[in-house]
Design a protein around this ligand. Structure first.
Ligand code: THU
Length: 142
């Protein structure tokens, strides 16, 4: 059975190739450590060394938690990636009638991504569509 996000995606938001990166992000969300928020997030970052996955990793000291996008990016950098081509992001448990904002990357992650990803980089957001990084963060801090 398809999730609501998957059904929305099939409505023509993404190409087959993009859908497979989104599927990887959805898989990554299954590894989320989110006992406090119960909100699992998965990210799949396509790079010159391959696809690198991330999930949110929370901590009992809440502020130390790290978002899925940053886990994916930092892992990729640590593994030697130098080119960052596309990022897929999924919050698979988001309710179908939830506001679009509950599926979007947070501002902190956008700033961190802008350190490494060109502003034209496509962000594939599950159940939403494709946005360029610069559409969500037009003026990153430099
Ligand atoms: N979260 C992400 O992983 N990425 C985002 O862009 C927004 C929020 C995580 C952080 C926390 O573990 C949970 O979602 C609820 O905020």
């Amino acid at each position: 059975m398809r999730t609501i996000s998957e059904a929305m995606n099939v409505a023509g938001l993404f190409s087959e190739e993009e859908l497979s990166l989104l599927a990887a992000a959805r898989q990554a969300a299954k590894r989320a450590h989110c006992p406090y928020s119960h909100f699992a997030v998965g990210a799949a970052l396509e790079t010159d060394i391959g696809i690198v996955l991330g999930c949110n990793v929370e901590n009992a000291s809440y502020g130390l938690s790290c978002c899925a996008e940053r886990v994916a990016l930092f892992t990729a950098v640590a593994q030697g990636a130098t080119r960052f081509l596309r990022l897929a992001l999924s919050c698979p448990a988001t309710a179908p009638d939830a506001p679009v904002e509950s599926r979007m990357p947070c501002g902190a992650c956008l700033q961190v991504l802008s350190e490494f990803l060109p502003l034209e980089t496509p962000l594939l957001i599950d159940g939403v569509g494709k946005k360029q990084l610069k559409e969500l963060l037009p003026y990153p801090f430099r």
